[in-house]
Design a protein around this ligand. Structure first.
Ligand SMILES: [Zn+2]
Length: 209
């Protein structure tokens, strides 16, 4: 997920899903429509990538609509708005389509933009938080700092400068240095997912005003 400065946003309250692809405006349903999601999977339709995720009950794996694996039976499919929700239900990310890397565009659209998200600062830090009695590093904390501002398309400020700080602790173990790197990447991805949810909540709150 890459959030860029000046990214236009279309309002979508959390309970309203964009169940038409972003390019389409006609006939969009307000509810997660299993039949349409399943058809998008069958078509491997890239227009839907990042808009929903499919958990497959027979395998315990969740996928993007564009995944190349064999189409599961519809009865075994559960559809989720976000990767985080699929994981909360116990589904593991597919190693083929890497759903945790899907574009976070569920609420982004370059057409029909009603607000613009300015990313003022995005910072990743790794801080030592624990040492052994001999002074060796025992524990790190990964920090993901994200500062943004939201304004309407005519320039009115909707959310002033706001900082979101997310953290994850990670044990240090020299022998596992390589696997630590991928663990860190996963933790950062997890924080990015968290960030998207937090942004969605804040956007939905502004939308109510
Ligand atoms: Zn997959």
């Amino acid at each position: 997920m890459v959030l860029r400065t000046g990214l236009p946003i279309t309002w979508l309250p959390m309970h309203h899903l964009p169940f038409a692809p972003p390019s389409s405006t006609a006939g969009s349903s307000q509810d997660l429509d299993a039949q349409r999601c399943y058809q998008a999977m069958a078509d491997k339709d890239a227009a839907w990538d990042g808009l929903f995720f499919t958990g497959v009950t027979s395998t315990g794996i969740y996928c993007r609509p564009v995944c190349r694996v064999k189409l599961p039976r519809q009865a075994n499919c559960r559809f989720f708005e976000t990767a985080v929700q699929a994981e909360a239900q116990g589904f593991r990310p597919c190693l083929r389509c890497r759903p945790e890397l899907a574009p976070a565009r569920r609420f982004w659209s370059t057409t029909d933009a009603q607000a613009v998200l300015d990313v003022l600062d995005e910072l990743r830090e790794k801080v030592v938080v624990g040492r052994t009695s001999s002074g060796a590093i025992r524990e790190f904390q990964l920090r993901y700092r994200y500062r943004f501002r939201l304004r309407s398309s005519n320039g009115t400020e909707l959310i002033p400068d706001t900082e979101i700080l997310l953290t994850r602790d990670i044990n240090f173990n020299e022998t596992g240095a390589l696997s630590k790197e991928s663990e860190e990447a996963l933790l950062y991805r997890d924080m990015e997912n968290d960030l998207v949810l937090q942004l969605q909540r804040r956007l939905a709150a502004v939308r109510q005003l």
